[in-house]
Design a protein around this ligand. Sequence first.
Ligand SMILES: Nc1nc2c(ncn2[C@@H]2O[C@H](COP(=O)(O)OP(=O)(O)O)[C@@H](O)[C@H]2O)c(=O)[nH]1
Ligand SMILES: [Mg+2]
Length: 86
Amino acid sequence: MIVRNAKYVTGAAEYKHCIVSDLPQIAVAGKSNVGKSSFINFLVNDGKLARTSKLPGRTRLINYFLINEEKEHEFLLADLPGYGFA
Ligand SMILES: Nc1nc2c(ncn2[C@@H]2O[C@H](COP(=O)(O)OP(=O)(O)O)[C@@H](O)[C@H]2O)c(=O)[nH]1
Ligand SMILES: [Mg+2]
């Protein structure tokens, strides 16, 4: 996967705020604090794009990141809230 650029788009607290788009969407799901946000930062080569935390249950929104905006292989990454704590 080549990541040419990546940017934060929005955070969705409710289903109706989720992004409806023709772009492919890849969601990262998993238990709270297992490294989902760190994994996204690794994928996009940006240590600070997705907020990471030592405390579990910090992400309460579905955070969307647009990868390769206006370039080939444009897609969305969704960082899902973890389960198991909050
Ligand atoms: N040892 C270790 N810690 C990690 C790794 N990935 C993430 N962490 C740490 O685990 C904590 C939770 O990471 P985070 O990405 O916020 O998890 P999320 O809740 O699944 O998004 C943070 O303190 C990270 O620095 C890893 O591969 N190894
Ligand atoms: Mg997270």
